[in-house]
Design a protein around this ligand. Sequence first.
Ligand code: HEC
Ligand SMILES: [Cu+2]
Length: 338
Amino acid sequence: MNRWHYVKRLLPLIAAMTILLAGCGQADTSTLIPQGPVAQKQYDLMKLSISIMIGVVVIVFALAIYVLIRYRRRPGQTNIPVQVEGNHKLEILWTVIPILLLVVLAIPTVRTTFDLAKDYSKEPDAVKVKVTAHQFWWEFDYPELGIKTAQDLIIPVGKKVQIELVSADVLHSFWVPSLGGKMDTNVGEGNINKMFLIADKEGVYKGKCAELCGASHAYMDFKVQSVQEQDFKAWVSSMKAGAALPADQELKDVFTQKCLSCHAVGDQGVQFAPNLTGIGSRETIAGILANNPENIAKWIHDPQKVKPGNLMPKVDLTEEQITGISEYLSGLKSSIRQ
Ligand code: HEC
Ligand SMILES: [Cu+2]
């Protein structure tokens, strides 16, 4: 079989890959479509380094192909061509050029690295958030504002959000591709990683745990939602206003006994599991299910089926109680997505 036959057979695959991969970009999840200055700087570095690498590859390959053709062994040739080993000019050339390329790459890389490592914890205007990663959910604590939430990180547009990262159990990694990251969350208060994010526009940006952390690592999703400043303030007030327990006395007792032993609603309960204040307004349930009463019920029915290995057990409840609690939770709105 001649060699072009292989190339012809590969062509459709290469064409299909090109089309498929070109379709990857989505403004809410792609590092290639940055939505804020941090992501933009990271993207600029990627562009610079990839351009340099492409330049090197093209030139080296062109030279190699030229040499292969130009100096190939011709029919009847028996002598060895002139050798250039130890040629000073060439050796200096191919030492100096890579050094120059590395300098060109190093200057913006070092500058950006220091820029992005700035700590705005003392800046009054920055919003401070302490992020705690858990198997398999995200806790967002706003110490200066006195609120705690989970799964959806709400931030004001255009403001610096200074983030402290810790883990409650194993190593995780905080990554919002279109805004910035990724950075590990370490175990122990002595080992806090810091970073900041800024969102240019209003929007919902998908986040991921980027470090294999257990059975449901792939489901450890979260969102960053950026809203206008006044909407952010309204959200903070609505979260601080707390939330009522179920109106029905029986449901209230069941919920208090069986759920508030781990969860919190308003100022009631325990902070072991996601704080459920405002859960009715979140994008998702448990970070992955669309937010509606049916999915809340599905979650309560069997949390292990949705997210294998997570720390919420199957709670013994009647069908009626599950429906009642799901509707109650669905009604726990914050000022976002009423
Ligand atoms: C032993 C502790 C525990 C108990 C008891 C418990 N949960 Fe959970 N719950 C968790 C944990 C841990 C998670 C986070 C799971 C994950 O996403 O990995 C969770 C998640 C949830 C979520 C999703 C939260 C979110 O942020 O999207 C809902 C809703 C929920 N629980 C409702 C309930 C209800 C209702 C009850 C009572 C019937 C209950 N839970 C009892 C530990 C508990
Ligand atoms: Cu994780």
